[in-house]
Ligand binder design. Structure first.
Ligand SMILES: Nc1ncnc2c1ncn2[C@@H]1O[C@H](COP(=O)(O)OP(=O)(O)OP(=O)(O)O)[C@@H](O)[C@H]1O
Ligand SMILES: [Mg+2]
Length: 255
């Protein structure tokens, strides 16, 4: 089985300003199926630039990118769009849900661009199944503004899953969430990863990266560290500890 991601000496230079910016400088990387990778590094280190290339949203200036064994470095815009719809799922910091559209309709949306032509009944079934995976079957008919931040992000994760992607890419998915909700969302990602989905996630927070299996750190467009997560956090366990602490606090205030 080929690596989900294999990049060789990838470079990206932005030429828009007066001085070219060499944002990614020769990154080589393999990501196998079922990996769960946190991409870290200071602001400006090239995380989003690298993610955009992994997500076929932007093309490298130089280097090769094999996605699931297919060389995507040379594809044109339309071909890249097809690959995105077929093989990739995206989750963003700001959820990016359509406002006047129910949760289930938001999840259905990528089906319209998927490779299979599905009947509306089949689309609805799939979307409801994905909402079930993220634990939101009972909110299918809610509008985004009737949902909490964590619930909105879970809808966005369900939407990313609806075309059964090979690779899930998330750019700061917990950036707008409080710490408890962040753990809950990391729990959803851990569950998906346990079921076999490969995940790459950009995060600034070390606490969040500890829920991933592998941590990669960029500095000035170069990989400076790449290691397995030591002492990995498990969301279920951390949420259990939180609940215990809350119960203990309640007992002290009522005693
Ligand atoms: N479209 C662009 N045109 C010109 N320069 C860019 C563009 N996008 C990013 N850059 C530059 O490339 C470098 C890497 O930016 P990038 O957005 O990848 O960083 P990042 O690690 O995602 O940072 P942050 O943590 O702040 O999101 C920065 O110096 C940035 O100014
Ligand atoms: Mg960024």
């Amino acid at each position: 089985m080929p690596a989900v991601v294999k990049i060789e000496e990838l470079h990206k230079t932005y030429d828009s300003g007066e001085v070219p910016v060499h944002a990614v400088r020769g990154v080589s990387l393999e990501i196998q199926q079922k990996e769960f990778l946190a991409l870290m590094g200071a602001s400006g280190s090239g995380k989003s630039t690298l993610m955009n290339m992994l997500g076929c949203l932007d093309r490298p200036t130089r280097g090769r990118y094999l996605l699931d064994g297919v060389d995507v470095s040379l594809l044109d815009k339309n071909e890249l769009a097809d690959i995105r719809n077929q093989k990739l799922g995206f989750v963003f910091q700001g959820f990016n849900l359509l406002a006047r559209t129910t949760a289930v309709e938001n999840v259905e949306l990528p089906c319209l661009y998927g490779k299979q032509r599905l009947s509306s009944k089949k689309m609805r079934e799939r979307a409801l199944h994905c909402l079930d995976i993220v634990g939101l079957s009972n909110r299918a008919d809610h509008m985004p503004n009737q949902l909490s931040g964590g619930q909105q992000q879970r809808v966005a994760i369900a939407r990313a899953l609806v075309n059964e992607p090979q690779l899930l890419l998330a750019d700061e998915p917990t950036g707008n969430l409080d710490s408890r909700t962040s753990i809950e969302v990391m729990g959803v990602f851990q569950k998906l990863n346990d079921q076999g989905i490969t995940i790459v996630m950009v995060t600034h927070e070390l606490d969040v990266a500890r829920y991933c299996k592998r941590n990669l750190i960029l500095r000035d467009g170069v990989v400076v560290r790449d290691e397995l997560t030591s002492d990995r956090s498990i969301a279920e366990v951390e949420l259990g500890k939180l609940r215990q602490a809350e119960t203990a606090a309640k007992l002290t205030t009522t005693a």
